[in-house]
Design a protein around this ligand. Sequence first.
Ligand code: FE
Length: 215
Amino acid sequence: MSTYDSEKVAKLHRELHSHLPSEPALRLKALETVLVEKGFLAADGVDKWLEDYSENVGPMNGAKVIAQAWTDPDYAMRLEQDADAAFVEVVPTAPHNYNLRAVFNTPQVHNLIVCTLCSCYPLGLLGMSPSWYKSAEYRARAVRDPRGVLSEFGTDLLDDVEVKVWDSTSDRRYMVVPSRPAGTDDWSKDDLANLVTRNSMIGTVRDLSPVGGAG
Ligand code: FE
């Protein structure tokens, strides 16, 4: 005769729920459905927007700015002093309504960005933020153990490199300016921009050395 194992049933129940989308995701989907039904939104509108932000807007806007800074020292200085104005110089259409600060990596300093409170991120400049950026684990550990987090991203820093962690807010966002890799002196701005990754502008990746050569 089978017996009722309440613990086993509870476990099964939890597992079933863990496969359902989260409540905010379900609510968003319901809202999207209503907007489409009422004709306020094209059926593929949200997908197109998401695709545009993840594939086109970002991180290429940021990458263009980094490539400009690598090839023009005067521009790099302007980017350091007034990142908002400098960003608009290179990407006039990049939407943002917060104060941007560009923090520069050097041989002695490595910068890492986090939002400890929620998930603030320069969306219009770098595109969609990765899901790990929003995770409670990253938000807590980036501050408590930045070297450990970096190591998990394959970035092992020498002991004499100082790590600076920048905590974003709703009105102050940061972007990391990675160091230009060696061996790229004769590269075009477009090839340089293609080297720049989203993670390097968050700071979880430090070394952008090319594997093959200019593309
Ligand atoms: Fe936030």
